[in-house]
Design a protein around this ligand. Structure first.
Ligand code: SF4
Length: 351
């Protein structure tokens, strides 16, 4: 199989072009074509000679992702695409629009995948229910972002934020994830700053520590969902390996080392983890930590009986947390009508 061109760092691309007997400056032209003009086929590189365009097409693959149908939510604010990889596995990425086109605070946030399937087995997650298939390469992670960037381009819009919260555990595919972020950050290319990325982890403690030591500008979110080990373990099997005390101590180390705020995700599940008592326990554990809590009523999945909290319970939970001075946001579920919860479309296909 030909190498995917988005898997190449700039120096590697330069070497590859030298091997094709092309001068080093051609790499800059190709790089800009890929990441600034967003070209996705060799024959679009018209500043290059026809011979070189042909060589590029013969040497590299320009796509590993075959998009399936594009699904828009009824309010047209959420768009989901399933992609098929060359080996047949399915992944997905979701675009969420916040604010009208052209408005000052417009956001175009992408939620992308880092793995096909996932090994973490979180019980309420459609991806967890399908199991692990394989890691994505850095280029396959990048290609999801470029796909949506091309869709937004004709409207004069750009991707503003990327959350690594789709299929997969990004810290289980640490190298490829960081390579993708670094490659997209190049000012001569896509120029997408690290601060605009958010990595969401289920709590792989050694990787949180590694991430803290690297002092990256990338935002960190941790899926917490419970602070009692027994309850958390019943939802997130990873808690057996990295229990709550160990996880929160790694989170505190992260904040101390980086001075960056950490976000905790809490899926509100009716009658499971959404009582006022549980909000109090959470408030006690997070008191004094530079953090923010995102509360989001659970998106229902086929393989899990739990339902999202009622509005009343969600509001009571939020109010209790606020008593501890913990900043929190009660978020809306988005794209339920297009199964935009993590892994739902791809599992529908692979079952
Ligand atoms: S919630 Fe995230 S970490 Fe857990 S199984 Fe789903 S994709 Fe994996």
């Amino acid at each position: 199989m030909k190498p995917l061109i988005y898997d190449l760092d700039y120096p590697v691309l330069e070497k590859a072009l030298l091997a094709l007997s092309e001068p080093a400056y051609r790499a800059r032209q190709v790089w800009q074509g890929l990441y600034q003009s967003l070209w996705s086929q060799a024959d679009q590189f018209t500043p290059l000679s026809a011979v070189l365009r042909q060589k590029l097409g013969e040497t590299f693959a320009f796509s590993h992702l075959t998009p399936g149908p594009i699904l828009d939510s009824s309010d047209r604010q959420t768009r989901k695409t399933m992609f098929t990889l060359p080996d047949g596995y399915a992944i997905e990425a979701v675009l969420m629009r916040y604010g009208k086109s052209g408005a000052v605070k417009t956001r175009r946030t992408l939620c992308i995948s880092t793995q096909a399937g996932c090994a973490m087995g979180c019980v309420f997650c459609a991806t967890g229910q399908m199991g692990f298939k394989r890691h994505l390469t850095s280029g396959e992670i990048i290609e999801q972002i470029l796909f949506y960037a091309r869709q937004l381009q004709p409207m004069g819009e750009k991707v503003t934020n990327v959350v690594l919260m789709g299929m997969g555990e990004p810290f289980h595919n640490y190298e490829a994830t960081m390579q993708a972020i670094d490659r997209l950050g190049d000012a001569q290319g896509f120029n997408f700053g690290a601060r605009r990325f958010t990595i969401s982890t289920v709590g792989l403690v050694p990787m949180i520590r590694r991430f803290a030591n690297e002092h990256r500008q990338v935002n960190l979110a941790v899926s917490l969902h419970a602070v009692q080990d027994e309850l958390r373990q019943s939802m997130l099997p990873v808690n057996k390996r990295y229990p709550v005390d160990e996880l929160l101590s790694a989170c505190r180390e992260y904040v101390d080392k980086t001075n960056r705020r950490i976000t905790f995700e809490w899926a509100l599940i009716n009658g499971v983890n959404d009582s006022v008592d549980q909000a109090r326990l959470l408030g006690e554990r997070l008191r004094g930590l530079l953090c923010h809590v995102n509360l989001i009523p659970l998106n229902p999945t086929q393989g899990y009986a739990g339902q999202g909290s009622t509005q009343e319970r969600a509001k009571a939970f939020t109010a209790e947390l606020a008593r501890f001075g913990i900043p929190c946001t009660l978020r809306l579920r988005r794209g339920i009508d297009i199964q935009a919860g993590c892994g739902q479309l791809a599992t529908g296909k692979t079952r």
